[in-house]
Ligand binder design. Structure first.
Ligand code: SF4
Ligand code: SF4
Length: 180
């Protein structure tokens, strides 16, 4: 191990003279990019970056694999809330349904009335991205139905959904079967 690589020297070299000089100040930059000069604690920024990139990939890859990629494009701007009483079943937070579809969050989807959406498309014209909201909601409805039948959705969510009239007639039988 050379003198510059000893643990006691880690983080003390402010430049790497062995690197070619391409730009003024490049040695300082190379210090930050040269792993051999940095102890693992000095690489926390890289660990954090890795975590952020992994979370980002999980957020985007999951909807892609599940066939609901349009959910990735939602800005969460909430412009679709302008649908208001044009939604025939009184859903007021369409963006919540989109986010629930992206994250595969069944409880959030049910709580916000996802299972009573009749996919009329009235909210689509309010979306700044003109996302295919009815199709996105339909995909999540089918995924939620499968999860209900598989017993994955918590019973409390289903009971609360029934009590609050949040379950559309297409799904009533499956929900009743799941809680009985
Ligand atoms: S598509 Fe669903 S959420 Fe949108 S207006 Fe129609 S019923 Fe409401
Ligand atoms: S208007 Fe469109 S992009 Fe904005 S929150 Fe609603 S669905 Fe997402």
């Amino acid at each position: 191990m050379s003198e510059s690589e000893k643990p006691s020297q880690i983080g003390k070299n402010r430049s790497d003279e062995s690197q070619p000089l391409i730009l003024p100040g490049i040695h300082r930059y190379q210090f930050f990019t040269n792993l051999k000069d940095r102890g693992w604690t000095l690489n926390l920024d890289r660990v954090a970056l890795f975590g952020i990139v992994s979370a980002l990939l999980a957020t985007t890859v999951k909807p892609l694999l599940r066939g609901n990629p349009a959910t990735i494009y939602c800005y969460e701007c909430r412009a679709c809330y302008a649908t208001q009483d044009r939604c025939p079943v009184g859903i007021s937070l369409q963006a919540e349904l989109v986010v629930a579809g992206r994250a595969l969050d069944y409880d959030r989807f049910i709580r916000n009335g996802g299972l009573k959406c009749v996919r009329c498309g009235n909210c689509q014209s309010f979306c700044v991205q003109y996302l295919p909201l009815p199709r996105m909601f339909e995909i999540m409805q089918q995924e939620t139905r499968q999860a209900i039948l598989a017993g994955i959705v918590p019973q409390e969510s289903l009971i609360q959904g029934l009590q609050q009239g949040l379950i559309g007639k297409e799904f009533i039988d499956d929900v009743v079967k799941a809680i009985s």
